[in-house]
Write a protein that binds this ligand. Sequence first.
Ligand code: 13P
Length: 336
Amino acid sequence: MSELNQIALKIISDGKGILAADESNGTMTKRLEAVNVASTPENRLLFREILFSSTSIRECIGGVILYDETINQTTSLKNSIPDLISSSGAVTGIKVDTGAKELANSPEEKITEGLDGLRLRLKKYYQLGARFTKWRGVYYINRTSPSKLAIHCNAHALARYSALVQECGMVPIVEPEVLMDGDHSAETCFEVTSEVIKKCFEELILHKVDLSGIILKPNMILAGNSSKNKISNEEVSSQTLSCLKESVPSEVPGIAFLSGGQSEIEATENLNLINKNNNTNFIMTYSYGRALQQSAIKFWSKNIKDVQGTQNIFNHRAKMCTMAAQGKWSKELENK
Ligand code: 13P
């Protein structure tokens, strides 16, 4: 087993999943302003430190993805954030892309940037304690998107990123996210997601990336959020499984889904069914941002000093996701 494969397995084995707490300052500002909390560096740290010092980081979370601001912050007890995370046995991750920008000659689409100078930034993050990384490519579905151009250049960037990350001794999370915005059918989501993922692996292989040392972070197969033809949770699970079975090479150790705008319960229930019906050799777990933090941030915003209350809510959510990552979640458990 390679060292990278061991790190990947440490993050996602035994029902553990990933807490995606790597919202950029822009995104975090939107999340905080939505609950009437000022988006200052202190408040961003306060909320995140509450999550990172929860008992579920030890029990449920194998890896935490940070944003550049957070990895450089110090806890209230003057420890580094990576030390706080590793003291619970979880692995520190870091978002290394610099965001999705307008794609030249296809201005309605996006290309994720951040390759220039990446090798040096990766070395710095490794020294700070990071052992895995994230890069997100984003794809829209509409009549003309995603174009071949967007599919090609985002796959190329994900592959160049992955090769550099592995060179630096870290595990790349490869995240091609087909957005759920729009009124497209689940069938279209299936076709687009398959094409996008296949192209990513074509490029990863071309760039000689060790597939046993990556984690794939895809979307589930869902109808668009304004579609009138939603599919059942059972269908989400079976279509997601068949899409991944035919598009992902078997060397990949695991798949950690993004929540993508699903509610906390939807994201948990769908993951649970995916694991109940899992007919692949992949570990199937979560790498959720909103579906782990939504209730916690809402509660916290009412009284930002209520550490225990906020942690209770976060711990419950993480526990439910970890049950789902083992196919053991139920509505009764959720409401206990
Ligand atoms: P969501 O689970 O909120 O989609 O966030 C996951 C993520 O990290 C997106 O890049």
